[in-house]
Design a protein around this ligand. Structure first.
Ligand code: BG6
Length: 457
């Protein structure tokens, strides 16, 4: 089925940086055969031609890897409607311009999801239409439930995409391949053999001019509530009946239901905010003094929590999730540390237990094991079986858009998952707001608020 792509927030950063480049990749790969019309809706007083000029510049800046003539083919499919996305009449005008069944994408700040969906519900989503909502899905659990209620009133669950581009990252998809296409890993993938799981997304990037969104979100809402909990769900879930929308939603939903928030927020979480410092060759200012930041909001740029998954498979295993901005090094990985061998038959000192690392950007999978040494064969040596995955053909947004336009919701967050994820982080948000965990300063370029606390050996 040919679909049209209607992007609400069509002149926004996300559209220019990720959605239009993703579409350009699909045009280049021949996936869409140049047949998708794109209609952008935004407040700017622009004509179609002025919008195309803006889009051309964004594509030049962010899709340089796609040949210029392909970028131009995308530009020629773009149309523009000036409007307020929270006003039903404006949305109706936009949808009236669309000939094919639409994918309506809310590329908007989460504070306007609700009025926008209310307006869309008033207009009605055309039969067979798809609605896609960016992350984070709402402000809190109550908001997410309300968004789900409105969405369910206008479309079946399999026509709703709650976007999480991490689900389209190569290593993340490979959690499924590694676990469920091999005999080797699944028998040890449980509390009897795994001692701890760490899911880390440390970034050297700072605020990068995103105060308008980020200062009201913070690291917990921006990264852990969605991206990192989705990674936890894929790592910890039971085998799905099929790797498809229904199979994944059922198993991810189940495992998120089993996640218990930290019992003690003071010891089970870390909350930090960066101060001025040097990251690589860049000087970053104190977060609190950045343009558009309200320092009294005490927005965290680093968040960490440890949870347990209270089910048969994982009982007692800590899952530690962390993400921070302006850190000294990019470290993006899922790490499973295995338990020591039950009996060591070597006279060597205790070797390090096995470690499996699934690295993101650049993608790769590494298994750290102990082998007989090359010199003295009775001295053990640490060796790494390392698979570097070749760069993915499509960016994460390219792949997400491909799936969306094909109407396949496998790479989406389900209604249950979205609500369960809020259930997990809400007690932390509440305790932080009540001052139960200190907001710790860390200099940009450092290891984070608790130096040495986690070097992920
Ligand atoms: C986004 C967050 O969803 O993911 C950003 O809003 C973060 O703060 C980004 O930097 C990380 O993903 P990627 O794919 O850009 O590395």
């Amino acid at each position: 089925m040919t679909r049209s792509f209607v992007v609400l927030g069509g002149s926004g950063d996300l559209t220019g940086r990720l959605l239009l480049p993703g579409l350009a990749e699909l045009f280049e790969a021949g996936v869409l055969d140049g047949e998708v019309d794109v209609l952008a809706v935004s407040r700017e007083d622009w004509t179609d031609e002025e919008y195309r000029d803006w889009a051309r510049r964004r594509l030049d800046a962010h899709a340089a890897h796609v040949p210029e003539q392909t970028r131009e083919r995308v530009v020629r499919r773009l149309g523009y409607v000036r409007g307020d996305v929270t006003v039903a009449g404006d949305l109706r005008r936009a949808l009236d311009r669309v000939e094919d069944v639409p994918v309506v994408y809310l590329a908007l700040p989460n504070t306007v999801f609700r009025p926008t969906l209310e307006a869309l519900a008033e207009v009605g989503l055309p039969e067979g239409g798809i609605v896609a909502v960016e992350k984070p899905f709402g402000r809190d659990g109550a908001d997410a439930r309300e968004l789900n209620r409105i969405l369910h009133g206008m479309a079946p669950e399999d026509a709703v995409f709650r976007t999480d581009h991490f689900l389209a990252k190569q290593t993340v998809l490979n959690v499924l391949g590694l676990r469920f296409a091999n005999r080797l890993f699944e028998p040890v993938w449980n509390a009897a053999h795994v001692e701890s799981v760490e899911i880390v997304f440390d970034e050297t990037l700072g605020l990068e001019g995103r105060a308008g969104y980020y200062d009201t979100a913070g690291a917990l809402r921006d990264m852990l509530q969605n991206h990192l909990l989705q990674l936890l769900a894929l790592v910890a879930m039971e085998p799905p009946l099929a790797v498809d929308a229904a199979g994944l939603a059922a198993r991810k939903g189940d495992v998120l239901r089993a996640v218990q928030p930290p019992a003690d927020v003071a010891t089970g979480t870390v909350r930090g905010r960066y101060t001025a410092g040097r990251v690589g060759d860049r000087d970053l200012p104190d977060y609190a003094t950045e343009d558009g930041v309200d320092p009294d909001r005490e927005t965290e740029t680093y968040a960490e929590f440890t949870v347990t998954v209270d089910n048969w498979r994982w009982s007692g295993v800590p899952f530690r999730l962390r993400s921070g901005k302006a850190l000294g090094a990019d470290r993006r990985e899922i790490v499973l540390r295995f338990r020591p061998v039950p009996h060591l038959a070597f006279t060597d000192e205790d070797p390090e237990p096995d470690v499996l690392r699934m690295r993101l950007d650049p993608d790769g999978i590494a298994l750290e094991v102990n082998l007989n040494g090359a010199g003295d064969p009775f001295d053990l040596e640490r060796r790494v079986l390392d698979i570097a995955l070749p760069p993915a053909g499509l960016s994460a947004y390219g792949l997400l858009l491909r799936e969306m336009l094909a109407g396949d919701a496998a790479l989406s967050i389900s209604d249950v998952e979205a609500e369960e994820s809020w259930r997990i982080v809400e007690p932390i948000l509440a305790a932080w707001a009540a001052g139960e965990a200190p907001l710790r300063d860390y200099p940009a370029g450092s290891d984070g608020p608790l130096p040495g606390h986690d070097q992920g050996t």
